[in-house]
Write a protein that binds this ligand. Structure first.
Ligand code: DQA
Length: 147
């Protein structure tokens, strides 16, 4: 049986529209392309990477509920939910898994409402403004943590 650590990468609202969103913030990759890159980076680090995407907040919460025994750590980019979904914060806390919050754009340098994250204090780290490579950084953080 494989002993590779399992990383769940979760994308929330409007991330499935990458490629159609403002390129100066989000680049040109589609979500499929971003996931392919992330899977390859995970493979290099000896990690098994699985993906989940939804535009439904309830589905996102329920997927977090289901992670017990299914994943060793979580990378999440909840999109705009990051800034107001206390339900997602509570659900992430319930998982009790190490987690990293990723944003393609530099949310700390954008509108004030984007500078607030309800996940503060729950996630191990926030990676913001590194574009797609932010997912590689998040995988590196979790690989080191799970060693
Ligand atoms: C985002 C930043 C959020 O503020 C925004 O609502 C998104 C994407 C990012 O990856 O930069 O949808 O999470």
């Amino acid at each position: 049986m494989s002993t590779r650590n399992r990383i769940e990468v979760m994308h929330g609202v409007n991330l499935d529209q990458l490629g159609r969103r403002p390129a100066d913030h989000y680049g040109n990759l589609t979500l499929d392309q971003l996931e392919q890159k992330t899977e390859a980076w995970g493979h290099e680090l000896g990690l098994n990477v699985r993906f989940f995407r939804t535009n439904s907040e309830g589905a996102f919460v329920e997927h977090l509920h289901r992670l017990d025994g299914m994943a060793d750590a979580v990378i999440l980019n909840p999109g705009a939910w990051t800034h107001y979904s206390w339900a997602i914060r509570d659900a992430l806390e319930i998982t009790d898994l190490p987690s990293v919050e990723v944003h393609l754009s530099d949310v700390s340098a954008r509108e004030p409402w984007r500078q607030v994250s309800v996940l503060e204090g729950i996630v191990s780290e926030v990676v913001s403004g590194q574009g797609p490579e932010g997912y590689q950084s998040a995988l590196q953080v979790l690989a080191a943590k799970l060693k």
